[in-house]
Design a protein around this ligand. Structure first.
Ligand code: GRF
Length: 209
């Protein structure tokens, strides 16, 4: 059984997708043992509570130095014997010490087809605003491993979404979440838990696919 920690900062709809896919048996060999939030009073914490999943808030503003923040996170990960960290809308930067402790064991969901509209400054609605401003015809979501480069790790899964003429950033965000994020994040977590993700030359190969 893979012990999973889910990192959140907001509404937790991707956390909910993971919870639902564990409870319905689509994710067979994984268990969310803790939800770690960067903020108090976010709805993601309510979702964890409703499913009897322990949670903790570790806020960057409570630490003078980033090293202290990273150490606090690492202690929680070790205490819970975490095998996989899933970043589901976590808005704080995690440091090199965490990435180095969990090489290719941290997964992130990003609401674009990386390498488009990612990296510094591209998060939340800003991603969809950029896509609409550029006039691209397809956007989507990407699940990738986390390394030291923001949104730069090996790509696991992507799912394209067609942009509509009347889309706003809000309508596009909702459709990308519903039709892409909430599907490929659980799928990627299940592949990890089934041991089907192989990394060669910084590329992800999915066994038997
Ligand atoms: C999602 O759009 C995800 O792609 C991005 O942050 C948002 C988190 O939303 N990284 P939620 O908290 O999972 O609802």
């Amino acid at each position: 059984m893979i012990n999973i920690a889910v990192f959140v900062s907001g509404g937790g709809t991707n956390l909910q997708a993971l919870i639902d896919n564990i409870e319905n048996g689509k994710i067979k060999n994984g268990k969310i043992v803790i939800v770690l939030s960067s903020k108090e009073n976010v709805y993601a914490l309510e979702r964890a509570k409703r499913h009897q999943i322990p949670s903790i808030v570790i806020s960057r503003k409570n630490y003078i130095y980033s090293d202290g923040f990273d150490s606090a996170i690492l202690k929680v990960m070790k205490d819970n014997k975490i095998d996989l960290i899933v970043m589901a809308g976590f808005l704080s930067i995690i440091g090199k010490s965490i990435v180095d402790t969990y090489p290719n064991k941290i997964i992130n969901i990003h609401p674009s087809l990386i390498p488009a509209f990612c990296g510094a400054g591209y998060y939340g609605l800003k991603v969809h605003e950029g896509a609409l401003k550029r006039g691209i015809k397809y956007t989507g979501a990407t699940v990738h491993f986390v390394n030291e480069i923001p949104d730069g790790g090996p790509i696991i899964l992507q799912k394209p979404i067609k942009i509509r003429n009347n889309d706003t950033p809000e309508t596009l965000q909702k459709r990308v979440m519903k039709q892409a994020e909430w599907k490929i994040l659980p799928e990627a977590v299940n592949l990890f838990c089934e041991g089907k993700l192989i990394i060669e030359n910084d590329k992800v190969i999915i066994k038997n696919s």
